[in-house]
Write a protein that binds this ligand. Structure first.
Ligand code: C5P
Length: 235
């Protein structure tokens, strides 16, 4: 039996619960959790800092070339993000970054650069990756693929609570509008749009407790799934 650790993909729209589920699965498997949304957010954040707009192809290409983005697994299994050596994790969730990130995520050079990086992490296996196009484009060969959804109201509610906890002054209606707008942008872009892989397992998290969803996802793994040893590995 081939005991190389697997690649597990968790795709879905904003606020569906992907990152929590991917992180918990990674912990159960002893795999590394890779938050690919954070990579796109880091690019958008760095562009905003430098006053670069998504329409400026040349400046975006130069930014990608110069930028050093690292994901560092935190003690709690969450990904911390460093840009040019500085921890910018807290800043990546701001409403401004959230609004602009889909515009950068539709640029071919951005997707290509990040895909290369994501694949270099996946090729040794032992990763759970969350995003929009992991099962369809980046890791079409992944051993398990999940597509996680929830109703737009529930997704907006989760984002709203999260943003309020982080101190952002937003209203529920504003968050709902933005969640729907972002879904639309991610679903309709030409390159690697948000969609479920044909062989993905659908997981609806509306009104379901996290542990119950994890139990369900776990039931799709064989008892002897190759475990990973993430110690010492850094994305
Ligand atoms: O998952 P998160 O909400 O942090 O993702 C932020 C944005 O990054 C998404 O709305 C999408 O535009 C982009 N993204 C993407 N492909 C991925 C992950 C994220 O286009 N694999």
């Amino acid at each position: 039996m081939n005991d190389k650790p697997w690649v597990v993909t968790v795709d879905g729209p904003a606020g569906a619960g992907k990152s929590t589920l991917a992180r918990l699965l990674a912990a159960k498997l002893g795999y590394l959790y890779l938050d690919t949304g954070a990579m796109y957010r880091a690019v958008a954040w760095a562009a905003l800092q430098r006053g670069i707009g998504p329409e400026d192809d040349e400046a975006v290409a130069k930014l990608l070339h110069d930028l050093e983005v690292s994901l560092v697994p935190g003690k709690d299994g969450r990904c911390r993000v460093q840009v040019d050596g500085k921890d910018v994790t807290a800043q990546l969730r701001s409403p401004e970054v959230t609004r602009t990130v889909p515009l950068f995520a539709q640029i071919p050079a951005v997707r290509e650069a990040l895909m290369g990086w994501q694949r270099s992490w996946g090729e040794r296996g032992g990763v759970v990756v969350d995003g929009r196009d992991m099962g369809t484009h980046v890791f079409p060969w992944a051993q398990r693929k999940f597509f996680v959804t929830a109703s737009p109201q529930e997704r907006a509610r989760r984002r709203f609570r999260q943003l309020r906890r982080q101190g952002f002054a937003v209203t529920f209606d504003q968050v709902l509008r933005e969640v729907l707008e972002r879904d639309h942008q991610d679903e309709t872009r030409a390159l690697a749009p948000l969609e479920a892989a044909s062989d993905a397992i659908w997981v609806d998290t509306t009104g379901v407790k996290v542990q119950e969803t994890i139990r369900r996802m776990w039931s799709y793994f064989p008892r002897h799934v190759p475990r990973g040893a993430v110690g010492g590995r850094r994305p």
